[in-house]
Design a protein around this ligand. Structure first.
Ligand code: FPP
Length: 271
């Protein structure tokens, strides 16, 4: 949801109005997601860093805006079969905000269409730290229950059986969700900004210069259409790469020689 401040700045408006307009975009985009049966959409609404580094007045405004957005849109969420969920260090948000969040997620819990996940007070590195802490806590509890030391517990099954990629994924805030296929970054920013670092290892990225308050359902569809043209390889060679292609690859020794003769720096001509 990047570009709210710039959207307001371009119109000589206060940043707050950019956020207000940004909140409007959320509903348009989510309703389009629901219409095309997108199972999950996750919005990076408020990072841990936003919480720590933005002026208190802006943070307070965002919290109020979030509450009024939730109160004002639960009916539309239900009309559109959208379920609300959250990821992040929610317990650090003001208690009245947490109450409204819980109310909205309970009020939409029966919906079976799109799940809208708001990342709030979210940071990916802290999510990974939280996952590591919870794995460790579980192991300690199990050792305690079995009356042995942590070291003994790990030695019985081996460390590989106790800790692998599945264990880490299962302890992230997103354990119940698939990894994202597509990350859309608005306002032309070309960085990840601590968003779902583990989960987006193989996600496709779509960057648009459009500022979030100008982003609508049609732009979501454009991004998806662009994504559909891509070939995802997950580190492999991809579907279009055949054994015949392999046969036609130049032998490595020939390529190496070509590099030496064609690309090595030419001798400096005498002055
Ligand atoms: C990024 O714009 C946006 C935010 C930091 C906050 C977005 C949060 C809300 C609109 C609160 C309500 C949330 C929902 C889901 C309704 P920016 O301020 O970083 O913009 P800039 O990069 O142009 O300065």
């Amino acid at each position: 949801m990047d570009g709210n401040g710039r959207w307001a700045g371009k119109r000589a408006l206060k940043r707050f109005l950019g956020h207000q307009q940004g909140a409007e975009s959320v509903q348009f985009v989510v309703e389009t997601a629901s219409r095309i049966s997108l199972p999950f959409i996750t919005l990076y609404a408020f990072s841990l860093e936003n919480n720590l580094r933005r002026p208190k007045s802006e943070v307070n405004f965002l919290m109020k805006l979030l509450r009024s957005y939730l109160v004002g849109n639960v009916k539309r969420m239900n009309d559109n079969n959208v379920r609300m969920e959250y990821i992040g260090r929610i317990c650090e948000l003001p208690s009245e905000v947490q109450d409204t969040m819980q109310w909205a997620s309970e009020a939409t819990a029966r919906n079976t269409g799109t799940t809208l996940t708001l990342a709030l007070n979210y940071g990916s590195r802290s999510e990974i730290v939280d996952a590591a802490r919870s794995i460790l806590t579980e192991l300690i509890a199990e050792a305690h229950q079995r009356g042995c030391s942590l070291e003994d517990l790990i030695q019985v099954d081996g460390l590989e059986a106790r800790l692998d990629e599945h264990h880490v994924s299962d302890h992230l805030y997103t354990a119940h969700m698939p990894d994202p296929d597509l990350v859309i970054r608005t306002s032309g920013e070309q960085r990840i900004s601590n968003f779902l670092l583990w989960q987006i290892a193989y996600s496709e990225i779509f960057i648009t210069d459009r500022l979030w308050p100008d982003f609508r359902g049609i732009h979501l569809l454009e991004a998806i259409q662009n994504y559909q043209k891509r070939e995802r390889r997950f580190g492999g060679l991809g579907e279009t790469f055949t054994d015949e292609d392999l046969d036609t690859l130049e032998p490595a020794a020939e390529v190496a020689e070509e590099i030496v003769t064609e690309l090595s720096p030419k001798q400096l001509a005498p002055r």
